[in-house]
Design a protein around this ligand. Structure first.
Ligand SMILES: [Zn+2]
Length: 273
């Protein structure tokens, strides 16, 4: 199962660096998305796109194109705020606003959600109830990587039921790959990528008034993001030779048959049991 976190790298980085016009639309996302959509067509792959609301607001035509090409629109929240930094009512408002943007862009209500930076952790077990109450049926926010603080721990590699939701945990993406199902086995595994990992190398595209400190900080993120980016496309091509790359909605119908007996619950301490 192929998933893309559809967000505008420049929007996020420029906000972090404190530029007044961080929210403007950046053309790089159009180039990256075009490259990615061509590659997916070439590999005969479909993907689930976790669309960030504040990026959708700037690029409705890209979202419409993604849906037109047969990919599934899903929700990545609105403002890319970490779930564990929000109160339940703030989280509710953020997913509702994000889902609303998607619904009005291509006109389809998303049923799958992924938290920004995989930020549903031990401090936020309530997030799953909020998601189910908001009409989501699939969550894909669990990733057993050291980069997630206070993660739920011992996250399974295969899909399972979690309360009223299906959890589709992430197996790998970018530079960190945990497992892939062996060739020939009928198993599902989630991979994730970002548009900025595709297309020409990233440039910071700073406004003229950027300070030396901001330029230095931007140069660092750009260098870090550009290192190894060539590997991403070649890895995806290699996986496509041995596995079928599908969107989540192409696999929803198989979940019950393959994983219907797999159930976990969250303890009051936010630990998966
Ligand atoms: Zn994200």
């Amino acid at each position: 199962m192929l998933s893309i976190d559809f967000e505008d790298w420049h929007q996020l980085v420029h906000r972090r660096l404190g530029f007044a016009d961080w929210d403007r639309s950046h053309a790089a996302l159009e180039r990256q998305t075009a490259t990615l959509l061509e590659l997916l067509d070439e590999l005969d792959a479909r993907a689930t796109f976790f669309l960030l609301g504040m990026t959708v607001a700037n690029h409705r035509e890209l979202v419409a194109e993604i849906v037109r090409r047969g990919h599934e629109p899903a929700c990545h929240g609105y403002a890319h705020a970490r779930v564990y930094e929000q109160a339940p009512e703030e989280f509710r408002a953020d997913i509702e606003r994000g889902a609303g943007e998607i619904e009005s862009a291509p006109g389809r209500r998303p049923v799958a959600y992924r938290a920004p930076a995989f930020s549903i952790n031990r401090r936020t077990p309530w997030a799953y109830e909020e998601l189910a109450d908001a009409g989501f049926r699939y969550d894909s926010s669990q990733y057993d990587t050291p980069r997630v603080p206070d993660r739920l721990g011992d996250i399974p590699t295969k899909p399972y039921r979690l309360g009223r939701l299906w959890e589709l945990p992430v197996a790998g993406g970018g530079s960190y790959w945990r497992v892939l199902p062996p060739r020939g086995l009928r198993e599902l595994a989630v991979l994730y990528f970002h548009p900025y990992e595709f297309g020409p190398g990233l440039r910071a595209e700073l406004p003229a008034g950027a300070s030396f400190k901001q330029r230095l900080a931007a140069a660092k993120v750009v260098a870090w993001r550009n290192a190894g980016r060539g590997l991403v496309e070649s890895r995806l091509r290699r996986v496509a030779q041995t596995h079928r790359l599908v969107s989540y909605d192409q696999a929803y119908g198989d979940l019950d048959r393959l994983y219907g007996t797999r159930t976990r619950t969250l303890s009051p301490q936010g630990v998966l049991v």
